[in-house]
Design a protein around this ligand. Structure first.
Ligand code: PLP
Length: 423
């Protein structure tokens, strides 16, 4: 059967109004292969992967070292249970993840499957930790306006975006604050943990936090004995120009949620790191254990891919090589600002969001779906990306060349003119 026909007959896509998807006039793109920053569709057309396949891919598609590591692992075994057993790739990956942090800070790694489950793990650990420290009144999770931490029930109930949170806000005791100043109004003795996307909120439309705020938040948490959860599902593994975003403010959290780029964007694997202090509260009788886990926890293929990705960081000096590309992206974005429809450009390392509005600064009506239409037009110029409402997103794999970066920006500029008219 033709794959498009099969898809329309039987698949259900995430975050997708399916009546539009299945409409006869909609032609879904079937992606069949890739190499580096390029993806190819079933008709043989090539596109630049402008959002790293939804913020996951780091070093490019079909990187020889990750491909080889997965193949080598496949020759040993694909998956074994982490419940009651261990295996070398997971043990080594845990060791290497901990080694990315200052000594005696984040020292324990709990594996799961994706960003949402990495956050769920932190939430459950925080609640149980307070119960076992005999402070069960600490039940409240504090999140921030426009936050997005995933779609499982617990993670979704933290969210500050109504569209994604929907009806799913009853699971946890959550206080979603409008800003940092509101922290002062909380009864901190009831707070289990604060959760935040450091430096930049992705699904909010690549919104930047003011510099220094994260350090201030760490200070507030320390002062009130509150646990700090950093969600680096998007920002982790170099995306902001440093291995982790929080390094830029000299902050180490009590929990960090990592996923998307952990395997270089190859396989679903996530990790929640925490401190020995938290871990120790789970020691003692069996009733103190964390009764939580998933069938594919610490999947061997995923761990092998993650180890290969970390080796690429070391061997290809990825973070050093990324800096001139970040500077080049800044220059290209400066040119984009000349279009009066580009209301604001927000960049954090190798993440960029360009918000479109009318030239007088008023937003386009939501029903116009301007951002989505611009991205669809950009496809015809060889770029794949998804907007967040009317914010266009560029978040390419680190292997992209400066020339390809220029092509991404040119594709967006042409697409804006096609959809919004000449400036
Ligand atoms: N946290 C952040 C900051 C994210 O950007 C996302 C996904 O975009 C998630 C959590 C959820 O990750 P996943 O889609 O892998 O469950």
């Amino acid at each position: 059967m033709d794959p498009i026909a099969a898809d329309k007959a039987h698949s259900w896509h995430p975050f997708t109004p399916m009546a539009d998807w299945c409409a006869p006039e909609h032609e879904p793109l079937a992606l069949v292969s890739g190499e580096g920053a390029l993806l190819r569709d079933s008709a043989g057309r090539e596109y630049l992967d402008g959002n790293s396949s939804i913020w996951t891919n780091l070093h490019g598609h079909r990187h020889p070292a990750i491909d080889a590591a997965i193949r080598a692992q496949l020759d040993r075994v694909a998956h074994t249970s982490f419940l009651g057993f261990t295996h070398p790739p997971a043990a080594e990956l845990a060791r290497q993840l901990v080694a990315l942090w200052p000594a005696d800070t984040l020292s324990r790694v709990f594996f799961s499957d994706d960003g949402s489950t990495a956050v769920e793990v932190a939430l459950k650990m925080a609640l149980q930790c307070w119960r076992q420290r005999e402070q069960p009144q600490r039940q409240v999770f504090v999140s921030f306006r426009d936050a997005y931490h995933g779609d499982t029930l617990g993670a979704a109930s933290l969210g500050g975006i109504d569209l994604f949170k929907g009806a799913f806000h009853h699971g946890l005791n959550v206080t979603c604050l409008p800003d940092f100043a509101a922290l002062g109004q909380l009864d901190a003795r009831t707070v289990a943990a604060v959760i935040i996307e450091p430096l930049i909120q992705g699904a909010a439309g690549m919104r930047l936090w003011p510099r220094g705020l994260l350090r201030e938040l760490r200070g507030w948490c320390d002062e009130h004995g509150v646990l700090l959860i950093l969600d680096e599902v998007m920002t982790g593994f170099g995306r902001t120009g440093t291995m982790f975003a929080c390094e830029q403010e000299g902050v180490v959290p009590d929990f960090i949620a990592l996923a998307k780029g952990l395997t270089g964007g190859y396989l679903p694997l996530a990790a929640t790191l925490t401190t020995e202090r938290v871990f120790e509260t789970f020691l003692g009788g069996p009733e103190r254990a964390l009764y939580y886990g998933h069938s594919y926890t610490a999947n061997q293929l995923g761990c092998a891919a993650a180890l290969a990705s970390l080796a690429i960081f070391r061997e290809e000096n990825v973070l050093v090589a990324l800096q001139p590309k970040i500077a080049h992206l800044t220059d290209l974005l400066a040119a984009m600002r000349r279009d009066p429809r580009v209301y604001e450009v927000r960049q954090c390392g190798f993440i960029a969001g360009m918000e479109l509005r009318h030239p007088d600064g008023t937003p386009f009506p939501a029903a116009d779906r301007t951002g989505a239409r611009v991205c669809l037009a950009a496809r015809r110029h060889g770029l794949l990306t998804r907007p967040v409402r009317d914010t266009l997103v560029l978040l390419p794999p680190y292997c992209i060349t400066e020339a390809q970066l220029g092509q991404c920006v040119a594709a967006l500029e042409l697409a804006i003119v096609e959809i919004c008219g000449a400036a």
